[in-house]
Design a protein around this ligand. Structure first.
Ligand code: GYE
Length: 341
């Protein structure tokens, strides 16, 4: 019995000494080291974990977008980024978002492949209390509380700009009243970039009855598919004098197809494109492309700022458009050195 009491007393003493030891440590010199070590592990705990579901790597634009996001959502900037490439398939994005939820990330960022099909999985993110930032393309949901905010381009305006540029160009060439036969290489069907550019262009050009849109077909935003679809158009129609390519990479494919068919893109056939990536400026300088309507992919810094604000409980603007211009061939040589992507 006595032994037990003694053992108990010793235990109490030991615990008390340890407690005092801890208390003392707070004030002694070693404390600075402990604080530094603690704060560094704390700071790694403080990183905001972002799960980013990216569309894929289908175009120069997309690659520039990924680079911008990775650079801005870096550890130095206070983030831990989990990056998932959906390879242009929305079902991969749904899976990625579910993985992010089970990993309990702080914020989910999605560049959606298509606009529809988001309700269920975003409902799951909402139930888990994880804020969602949509970037680049938009989503079509009836309940807009399923995402915190969106940042991207006004794709319909880009389509309007393309049509207006074309009409003005033909007027300047002195062929404003002539018949013009247009083919359109569309992006991924159901993506905001395709929907907006198609609508903006079609609605505007419909106001000019001498412009005939012969056919619109998807080239999936890739160079290879753009070339393939253009080859098929060339077999079917011998009177094409305008190509609207809904991104630069499809335009590059179309240019190759036209050259292979003995045509002179940029002259016999006017090439109107979107994105304004560096390679498009090279193509304009070479005389192959006539214009590229800008679409800015450098969303990383805006997304980083939004994520920090959301984590701090601040309110953010729901919809944010980025500013964009139109770059015709005659400006290309002067503009190329200023291009960031
Ligand atoms: O135009 C295209 C890319 O959604 C704006 O996706 C983006 C589009 C861009 O593949 O090149």
């Amino acid at each position: 019995m006595k032994k037990r009491v003694l053992a108990l007393l010793m235990c109490v003493l030991l615990v008390a000494t340890m407690a005092v030891g801890c208390g003392e440590k707070k004030d002694n010199k070693d404390d600075s080291k402990a604080t530094t070590a603690d704060s560094s592990s704390d700071s790694s705990k403080d990183l905001i974990t972002i799960g980013f579901s990216q569309v894929g790597a289908e175009s120069d634009w997309r690659v520039a977008n990924t680079e911008s996001m990775k650079a801005a959502l870096s550890e130095e900037n206070g983030f831990k980024l989990i990056f998932a490439d959906a390879q242009q398939k929305q079902e991969n994005q749904t899976k990625a978002v579910r993985d992010f939820i089970s990993q309990e990330v702080d914020v989910i960022v999605i560049a959606p492949v298509t606009e529809t099909g988001w309700e269920t999985v975003l409902g799951e993110a909402k139930d888990a209390g994880i804020p969602v930032i949509i970037v680049d393309r938009m989503i079509d949901v009836s309940d807009d509380s399923l995402y915190s905010c969106w940042v991207g381009s006004d794709f319909k305006q880009e389509g309007v700009d393309a049509a207006n540029w074309l009409v003005e160009y033909m007027n300047k060439q002195g062929t404003g009243d002539a018949e013009h036969n247009v083919v359109v290489l569309q992006g991924t069907i159901g993506s905001s970039a395709e929907i907006g550019r198609t609508k903006g262009f079609d609605e505007t050009i419909a106001g000019f009855t001498n412009y005939n849109v012969l056919e619109e077909q998807t080239g999936e935003f890739t160079q290879a598919k753009g070339q393939e679809v253009m080859e098929a158009f060339l077999k079917k129609y011998d009177n094409i004098d305008v190509v609207i390519a809904q991104n630069d990479n499809m335009a590059f494919g179309a240019i190759d197809a036209l050259k292979a068919a003995g045509k002179t893109p940029g002259k016999d056939v006017v090439i109107v494109s979107f994105d304004a990536v560096k390679a498009a400026f090279d193509s304009m300088i070479a005389g192959d492309m006539n214009v590229s309507v800008e679409c800015n992919p450098l969303h990383g810094p805006r997304v980083a700022e939004l994520a920090k604000k959301l984590m701090a409980g601040e309110t953010v603007e729901k919809i944010q458009y980025v500013e964009e211009g139109v770059y015709p061939a005659e400006t290309a040589a002067q503009e190329l050195p200023n291009r960031q992507y």
